[in-house]
Unconditional design. Structure first.
Length: 144
């Protein structure tokens, strides 16, 4: 009887170890695959979102300025941060699921911040940004 229980126990332990290994390998594969996504792959996903598509069509000189694979800490930090909190609101706290992509036109005065969900292969959020610069002229007055 003890031998039969020992065998069953070993089989259960072995199955649990296999399951843990599978989940770990899937996690590693997902994080590596996000870092290998090309700019053209990102742009094709952005084209599925109406706001991002309009931005890219109206600013044909845009470039991908930054792309960041978000971690749980990034999401929490963004939700509690000073700027662009709404970008991070509603995101599930999962590592390597979301990518924040910043687009910018060549002049550097008009951009877009997007969040791509790679579990669902869709753009969750797209916010346009207009950057204003103020310069002082020789009289010390500010000109826009």
């Amino acid at each position: 009887m003890k031998t039969k229980k020992s065998v069953i126990f070993c089989i259960i332990i072995f199955a649990v170890v296999i399951l843990i290994a599978c989940f770990y390998l899937k996690y590693l594969k997902n994080s590596q695959s996000l870092s290998k996504i090309s700019d053209s792959g990102i742009i094709s996903l952005l084209n599925k979102n109406q706001d991002a598509k309009e931005y890219m069509n109206s600013h044909s000189d845009f470039k991908i300025e930054k792309k960041i694979i978000l971690t749980k800490e990034d999401i929490i930090g963004g939700q509690n941060g000073q700027n662009f909190k709404e970008v991070y609101q509603g995101l599930e706290l999962q590592d390597n699921r979301y990518m924040k992509v910043d687009l910018m036109n060549l002049a550097g005065d008009n951009g877009m911040v997007t969040i791509i969900d790679f579990n669902n292969k869709e753009v969750l959020k797209a916010y346009g940004i207009v950057l204003l610069s103020a310069t002082a002229n020789s009289n010390g007055q500010t000109a826009n």
